[in-house]
Design a protein around this ligand. Structure first.
Ligand SMILES: [Zn+2]
Length: 435
């Protein structure tokens, strides 16, 4: 698997066989007087899942250390600290100095030097290097964050994005603030293919998350049959161009989002020319004509742009994403999955399925679920708050069984010409959406 997915797998290993989170455990006790290398020997034994370890890097000079919302109780020589029900961390604290540090930060965020002076004044002998090592361990446990980026320094915007900022606060740390995630979202350009069932939900979810720019592509008019699931449209819109009305909806919803409507039928690969210029992520897909999605895959993977799409097949919802040059692309997947030529029952199932009429059975709840999952995956690529979940995989959700899901990894086809182009692009220029 690619690095992103490997990290995901490592997170899953932090669970016991029943899927419950193991408790994290940190040894921080008696750190006063220890050297940084001794502190790191004490280090992290196991972090709770849900807070993936971050890539290394230096915490900025101007950082203001903030303690995230958490609660703790003392148990003998340890503090048991909870971020949420799945994230408990044990801190060894025999002399009370760790609790003093947490309490000081809970009162107000402080620069490392300011924090050190408070601790020293209270009788805890700690130098700057030791404190930096302790903060690094707390950072890896997800307990602290850069408090200079709790918001966008604009009361109206902060109110508008209150829950977005709080959500990113679950993934922020001393090197990446919640505001920096949101800024990436607000700078991002997403091209949405299709504004029908799933597309309507994707547009609404991305607008809610504050995406900066949307290009909407479709060639369809609003029809009565759309109203079971396409909540961008009103009765008065019947007969109007979907993308025009969808763009209007976005502008009315949040005038700060730049939106472009492309009312275009994609009849051949050339029709995609110029469509993806400046895009950070492409979401959605074209149902028709046959082959259109293969053109999309080739165009975006060749340009190094991540692609997230999904669909309903009978009673199975599926979605997947392509991280160009890192994960399998849709052509790799097509080469790996069964087709009508496959032997035995699998080939038979594909052949019979191809003879069934293509009836759109997407209801509001089903379209909203797949649209939301696609938007969330797009946000992973845009902000990097988590590695992409569905890269190089197909995620299935069972409509008959409470949307129970499973993730099927797809290995890359070593002979895939499209992936080879992506690798060339990736080596020439870094993706705009990488952290
Ligand atoms: Zn490929």
């Amino acid at each position: 698997m690619e690095p992103a997915n490997r990290e995901e797998n490592e997170r899953h290993e932090d669970r016991d066989p029943q899927g419950r989170a193991r408790q994290g455990h940190l040894e921080l006790g008696r750190w006063a007087g220890l050297r940084p290398e001794e502190l790191s020997d004490l280090g992290v034994v196991a972090l709770s899942p849900g807070i993936p370890p971050r890539p290394g890097g230096q915490t900025g000079e101007a950082v203001l250390v903030g303690l995230k919302d958490c609660a703790w109780e003392r148990s003998d020589d340890a503090l048991i600290v909870m971020l949420d029900r799945r994230a408990m961390t044990h801190l060894v604290d025999r002399d009370g100095s760790v609790e003093l540090l947490l309490t000081t930060l809970r009162d107000q965020p402080r620069s490392p030097e300011d924090l050190r002076q408070v601790l020293v004044a209270a009788g805890v002998q700690v130098d700057a290097e030791q404190l930096a090592a302790v903060l690094d361990v707390l950072d890896q446990a997800g307990l602290v964050e850069d408090a200079t980026g709790l918001g966008l320094d604009d009361p109206q915007l902060d109110a508008r994005h209150f829950s977005n900022l709080a959500f990113f606060g679950q993934f922020s740390d001393l090197k990446c603030s919640r505001a920096s995630f949101l800024r990436r979202m607000r700078r991002a350009h997403v091209v949405q293919l299709g504004v029908g069932g799933g597309g309507s939900a994707i547009v609404q979810c991305l607008a809610g998350m504050g995406v900066g720019r949307l290009t909407l592509v479709d060639r369809d008019d609003v029809e009565p049959r759309n109203f079971s699931r396409q909540f961008l449209y009103r009765h008065a819109d019947l007969g109007r161009s979907k993308v025009d009305r969808a763009a209007e909806w976005v502008r009315e919803y949040d005038p700060t989002i730049e939106v472009r409507a492309v009312d275009r039928w994609i009849g051949r690969a050339d029709d995609l020319d110029g469509l993806f210029d400046g895009a950070d992520v492409v979401t959605g897909s074209f149902d028709e004509p046959p082959g259109a999605q293969a053109w999309v895959n080739q165009a975006v993977v060749g340009a190094g742009i991540p692609l997230v799409s999904g669909a309903l097949f009978g009673t199975q919802l599926v979605y997947s994403s392509v991280d160009p040059g890192r994960s399998a692309c849709q052509a790799c997947a097509a080469a790996r999955l069964s087709d009508g030529q496959s032997p035995g029952a699998e080939g038979l199932a594909v052949r019979l399925d191809e003879r069934l009429p293509r009836t759109n059975r997407l209801t509001g709840p089903v379209a909203a679920i797949v649209g939301a999952l696609i938007a969330q995956e797009a946000a992973r690529y845009i902000t990097g708050f988590q590695p992409p979940y569905a890269a190089g995989a197909v995620v299935f959700l069972d409509v008959r069984n409470g949307f129970e899901s499973h993730r099927m990894p797809i290995t890359r086809d070593p002979d895939c010409e499209i992936c080879r182009q992506a690798a060339d692009v990736r080596s020439r220029r870094p993706s705009a959406v990488r952290r």
